[in-house]
Design a binder for this molecule. Structure first.
Ligand SMILES: Nc1ncnc2c1ncn2[C@@H]1O[C@H](COP(=O)(O)OP(=O)(O)O)[C@@H](O)[C@H]1O
Ligand SMILES: [Mg+2]
Length: 278
């Protein structure tokens, strides 16, 4: 074979190897993406278990209220003549309570289902307050005062609403766990949201006055499986970071004085984030 023929053969072999390498990388990337999604789903289910009591309370309350209003309505109808006005008011209340209980169920279902990121435009403060509502019973149980510094008003974000809520839920659950054994000061959870700069980037903070994190452990908080809790999964914060970074944002923690920990998130506002191709 002459030199030119050898060169062509080499090139062909190199090209084939490159193609094989590309296919292998693609496969590995797909497997990684699949594993990440599965991990996110598992962590969602775990934290679902943690606040199951909270959900039961959230759903039981409207059910009890509906039964009560139904009794009022029935009573009004058994009057002679029937008190139609009162019966109609009772039915309207039942409809209203039923609809908002339905909203709660829908958001819980969203958090536990296996889904890829679906970006939509949504009011950030609204979405964050919805998480607080779901955790209200848990917060009350531990006498935690919530200081609401959500200041974005109607400001909208283009992102996966459920995933952003999941991040919030993990951070608030961690804050509750960090405060529940504190007995020498009132327990306080502070939430803040603001515009970070003129590009429309957002900043959200979740701060507690709980047990805090030592400087030595601070670096490891976001590592998968790192947990200082007996039954902890150590996945919460690593999932938070995966979600925030997939949205082009950043998440980090700082220590608070004299007590507690703060978690901060920045999310790009404009131009809208587009999901990576799957
Ligand atoms: N608000 C907080 N205050 C103090 N420590 C925290 C806080 N949030 C997280 N941590 C620490 O980070 C670790 C990892 O948190 P996370 O990934 O959510 O896993 P898990 O809650 O299952 O332990 C926790 O075990 C805890 O030691
Ligand atoms: Mg956690």
């Amino acid at each position: 074979m002459d030199n030119a023929a050898v060169l062509t053969l080499d090139n062909e072999q190199l090209y084939r190897r490159l193609q094989q390498e590309k296919a292998r990388r693609l496969q590995a990337e797909q497997a990684l993406q699949h594993a990440t999604e599965e991990l996110a789903r598992l962590a969602r289910i775990t934290s679902m278990g943690e606040f199951a009591a909270s959900i039961a309370h959230e759903v039981n309350q409207p059910l009890a209220a509906m039964v009560l209003h139904a009794e009022v309505g029935l009573n009004a109808l058994t009057h002679t003549p029937p008190q139609l006005e009162q019966a109609r008011d009772a039915l309207k209340l039942i409809m209203h309570i039923g609809a908002s209980a339905g909203d709660v169920i829908r958001s819980i279902r969203g958090m536990s289902s296996k889904s890829s990121p679906v970006p939509t435009l949504f009011g950030v403060d609204d979405a964050l307050r919805e998480v607080l509502r779901l955790l209200r019973a848990e917060l009350n149980k531990h006498s935690i005062e919530v200081c609401d510094g959500l200041a974005l008003g109607e400001h909208q974000l283009y992102a996966d609403r459920v995933q952003v809520q999941q991040v919030m839920m993990n951070l608030v659950l961690n804050a509750i766990e960090a405060m529940k054994d504190v007995h020498d000061r009132p327990r306080r959870l502070e939430l803040r949201s603001t515009l970070a700069d003129i590009s429309g980037a957002l900043r959200v903070s979740v701060e507690d006055n709980g047990v805090g994190v030592s400087a030595k452990l601070a670096e490891r908080l976001f590592d998968p499986l790192f947990s200082t809790k007996p039954g902890g999964t150590g996945l919460g914060l690593s999932i938070c970071r995966t979600i925030i970074e997939a949205h082009g944002g950043r998440i980090w923690s700082t220590s608070r004085q004299p007590h507690g920990t703060a978690f901060h998130i920045t999310l790009k506002g404009n131009p809208p984030w587009t999901p990576p191709p799957s």
